[in-house]
Design a binder for this molecule. Structure first.
Ligand SMILES: CNc1nc2c(CCNCC3CCCCC3)c3nc(N)[nH]c(=O)c3cc2[nH]1
Ligand SMILES: [Zn+2]
Length: 376
């Protein structure tokens, strides 16, 4: 099975007790230490965070998206203005998703064919056709450091035959993406589908790896399946994936999912949870998740998370954060997002430390013990 195409990723250290590994991924905009969480920046912004805030919470790489930026403001405009890095003033690495998943989760009417996906914009109802070639052209115009193949992510309810036929089309699309990709220095990752069926996953994995990409993603997860199903796919796919290429699981996940995936040997993750939950007052802490709007915090002068070293936890009280949230203040989104991203990125930093010291299995056991998930 062919490994990666370019030599930008290296495994620095493996924890002998499990699949966890420490890696380094070089990009034109800097080097990424893995395992790493990638904050999601849908419309060329990580909502409620300035680039300075992102550096302060130790973000290394952020995500943006073909679907959103193609529809607004348009990828050619972003290209004319110097590309996405210049446009949003983010000088670190950027990864863009290929848009297929968003067409299915956001677009209104959509029709899938061998050519690509015809859809109606969720913004103004205009009709568009997104093809593998156009997706690659958009991502090249945006100037991301890592771009994704255009794929189909079947619904969790799709039956075996549908998933089987879909992965075959995703493989044909992956070949077209690799053909269409010509931007030097920009890495292209392949996406493995196959639903929750281990035989289909192995087939997709072998087909995608045979084409050869700079990195490999597990798609088709975190679409409403049971955790056991998600973990089962991780467990069966990790050993089959090239050892010396980055492994990215798309759309994952909750903190416990990240710990599980790193334990199995995955390197890169993205999820809207830390940013979206922050705006809804759902905050992650060393003792589990808390709902800051709860009355229990009305007179709580203590820090959000005593174990967190972030600016928010060193400066504001839970009572103040609750007040801001109930008052609908913009600052509530800013401070809550800042903390949640700091928590996620600090969790990744602590996992990297545990791998480096060969104690990741203990880290995983202690982590599950700490998350009382009190949901107050
Ligand atoms: C949430 N669960 C989930 N997400 C998936 C995603 C999206 C990953 N996040 C991308 C960001 C989303 C917000 C805008 C910026 C890009 C998936 N993407 C692709 N291409 N294929 C999947 O199978 C695929 C599967 C996914 N499952
Ligand atoms: Zn904090």
């Amino acid at each position: 099975m062919r490994g990666r195409v370019s030599g930008t990723f290296s495994v620095i250290h493996r924890d002998a007790s499990c699949g966890a590994r420490l890696g380094s991924l070089k990009t034109p905009h800097g080097e990424i230490e893995t395992p790493i969480f990638m904050p999601v920046g849908t419309n060329a912004t990580v909502k409620a965070m300035t680039p300075e805030d992102l550096w302060a919470v130790h973000a290394q790489i952020i995500l943006s998206n073909t679907y959103h930026l193609y529809l607004r403001p348009g990828h050619r405009l972003v290209e004319t203005l110097g590309g996405l890095h210049r446009f949003m003033n983010w000088s670190g690495p950027i990864l863009t998703d290929s848009g297929g998943f968003q067409v299915f989760s956001l677009g209104e009417l959509r029709k899938i064919s061998e050519e690509g996906v015809k859809f109606q914009s969720h913004l103004d109802g205009s009709y568009h056709v997104l093809t593998p070639e156009l997706s690659i052209k958009i991502q090249e115009a945006l100037g991301a450091d890592i771009i994704m193949c255009f794929d189909e992510c079947p619904a969790a309810t799709a039956d075996y035959d549908y998933v089987s036929r879909s992965l075959e089309m995703t493989t044909r699309w992956a070949k077209r993406c690799k053909e269409a990709h010509s931007r030097e220095g920009q890495q292209l990752f392949g996406i493995i589908q196959g639903g929750m069926h281990h035989d289909l996953r192995a087939r997709s994995l072998n087909e995608i790896c045979a084409i050869g990409f700079d990195g490999y993603a597990l798609g088709g997860l975190s679409v409403g399946e049971e955790k056991e199903q998600m973990y089962g796919v991780m467990e069966s796919c990790a050993p089959l994936m090239p050892q010396d290429a980055p492994r990215y699981i798309m759309g994952i996940g909750a903190p416990e999912d990240l710990v599980e995936a790193v334990w199995h040997g995955f390197d890169m993750f993205d999820c809207v949870m830390p940013t979206r939950n922050a705006r809804n007052g759902m905050l992650f802490t060393s003792q589990g998740r808390i709902n800051i709007k709860a009355k229990a915090y009305e007179e709580d002068g203590g820090p959000l998370d005593p174990a967190c070293g972030c600016h928010v936890c060193r400066t504001y009280s839970r009572a103040y954060l609750r007040h801001l949230y109930r008052a609908g203040e913009i600052l509530a989104s800013q401070l809550n997002t800042y903390h949640n991203l700091y928590y996620y990125l600090d969790l990744m930093r602590r996992m990297r430390g545990a791998i480096r010291e060969n104690r990741f299995t203990e880290f995983r056991r202690d982590f599950y013990g700490s998350q009382t998930d009190n949901h107050v």
